[in-house]
Structure formats: C-alpha cells, structure tokens
Design a protein around this ligand. Sequence first.
Ligand SMILES: Cc1ncc(COP(=O)(O)O)c(C=O)c1O
Length: 311
Amino acid sequence: MTLEKEPIDRQNFIRARQYCTRARDGFRHLLSQTWPGGAARIVLPAYVGYSPLEGSGILDPLNQLEIPYSFYRVDEQLNIDLSSLENELERGEVFSVLAIHYFGGIQPEIAQAKALCERAGAVLVEDCCHCLDLQGQATGDTGDYALFSIHKVLPCDDGGILQRNRDAIDPGPLPASLRATALPTRLWRDALFDAIAERRVDNYHRLNAELRGIDGVTPFWPELPRGTAPLNFPLLIESVDRFDVYKRMRASGVGVVALYHTLVDAIDPGTFPKSHTISRKILNLPIHQDVKGEEAQSIGAALRSALAEVS
Ligand SMILES: Cc1ncc(COP(=O)(O)O)c(C=O)c1O
C-alpha cells in the first residue's frame, strides 16, 4: 500500500471546468469535439430566443457547425415536457439533449431527463446560464456537461464556463482565443454566491408583494421554485401590449428585458403554442444584487404607471 501524506488526485472532488469567453463559445467548442457528424442531432427545449444585436446564444453555435437540431415541448413554467422529450429520443439519431434552467428556476425534471438520455445513449448538456453557483444546489452537476454565463450574473462584459462531469468525454482544452480573461474568472471564483442569492430572493419577494393587486400582470412562477436564485423577476403582461410596457419602463429608468421577446424561426407557433404565448407576454424585471430592497417599490410604481398609460 502507498498512501500519500497529502492528496495528489486532481480529479477527486474538483470540478472539471474551463473558463471561456462566453457560454456560447464553450458550447461551440464542446459540440465541435463531440458531434459524431451526419444526421446526429441535438434536441433543444422549444424556447430559444434571438435578437438582431446578440444573435442566439444557443442556435448560433449549432448553425456555425451545421449541426442538425429539433425541439421538445416545454410547459407553462418552461419545464421539460418529458413525454415530448421521450418522443424526440425515440425518433433516433440524437447525440445530445439541452436542458435550460430558465431565469434561474431549477428544472424539476432534470433527473428524469438525464435518465431518459442515458437510456437513449445521448449526453445531457445542462444550461445554467441564468443560474448562480450555489453550494449544494448542484445545478450543473446532473448533466454530462454544464454551461454557465458569468456576465449575466456578475458585473463584467463576458465570461462563461464549460463544465465536464464524471466520465463524460473530455472535449480537450479550449483554443486560446476562446479562453476567458482574468476579470470574469476572478469574479466567479471570489463571488459570495450565497449572499447574492439571498439578496435576489429577498428582492423577488419584495417585488412580488408590490405587484399584488396590479391588474393584468401575473408572476411567471406561482411560487418561487424551491432553491431558486432568480436571474430576474419574470412576469406575464396579460392585458396590454408587452412592448409598450417595456418601452415605458425603460424610459423611466428601469432595466427591464424580455427573455425571449422573439423565438427563433424554427420554433413553429402551430407546433409550440405555449412557448409563443410566453414569448408574447414575458417581461423580466431587475432584482439582481445591486437592486436595494426598498427599490422594489419604485419598480412596482413604474410598472403601475406604464400599465396605466398604455391601457
Ligand atoms: C439560456 C441561455 N443559454 C446560453 C446563452 C448564451 O450565453 P453567453 O452570452 O454567455 O454566450 C444565453 C444568452 O444568450 C441564454 O439565455
């Protein structure tokens, strides 16, 4: 027996992460190394956005590499429709499946999705681009690979992570041009994620209380899913044009976004009506760590006056 006095195994209890320029670049690298070619396709959730300015973080790498794809259905909370995923897997030629934890809400079916993938011989890529990096919560540890987007949750302009889990095929080192710079890497390693999550959850509840009683808007989640550190406060604008509300809130200084106001063309409204309903109504209010609790009131007031102006 040889027992070292200190640990020497660099794979033991240490995540295999590569810090990249953006999540989409890590995704492209992964796909370029793992796609078997031909008709082998990746199956995506039917809620993928596009904007003329930013393109599509998910579809662009696939189009660049000319990798075929198809979609599985998601429900009203953007949760995986397991029977639709199963149908897609049964059609064959699937090498990979993408699951997205939208807005930081943990996919309740992620373990079942992983089991379906295993049965079909497909690898699961877990998209944690809207998530923090919380101890014990383990977003990113179920899939064979995981992606994180540093610039979406911490104050920097770029940065992403490609994580390989367990015995998944090693995609090899990122080309030098796709490696992250020092700032996002340092921010991610030093961030107090528990405190950031606490602030975001507190802001979520405060804003939720402000929105109670406002007609024509519905929080996207009936209740904040357990363990969720929300990226933002998603809500549905039911009664008026979402874009009118968006413009007015922007004009009043509130950094709202609409994830995703436009779905990629390949998501057909006839086949995926639930996805299109969400896309038409969604508005995401800021509740990140720089938002101070008392500012929830101002956000609520801005929404009220935007709604009053457009109705
Ligand atoms: C769910 C999701 N995944 C991946 C990405 C891509 O992230 P990044 O901008 O770091 O490439 C985005 C945003 O574009 C996203 O919303």
